[in-house]
Write a protein that binds this ligand. Sequence first.
Ligand SMILES: [Zn+2]
Length: 88
Amino acid sequence: MSKKRLFPVGGQKTNFNQAPMQRPVNINIDNCNSLTCEACGGEYFDVIYKIKVVPIVLSPTGKEERIVLPLFRCADPNCRKVTKVIMK
Ligand SMILES: [Zn+2]
């Protein structure tokens, strides 16, 4: 079993004791546009993860680290494009 630790993006430890982020009060979600798939226009996405390996020479800890990147893949079974529309 690997003893390497998983780090979320930014290397911050997740604090599960923190209160969940609150949504701004006066926003009606129905008034917000949906991001759509640039290939098929679909509105639904699956979350997938890419795991990058930080080489020892670039690692601030001096050890090989992992960075987990969440990505969004079009949920349309005929498309499945990994979208870049949110990567602004
Ligand atoms: Zn699509």
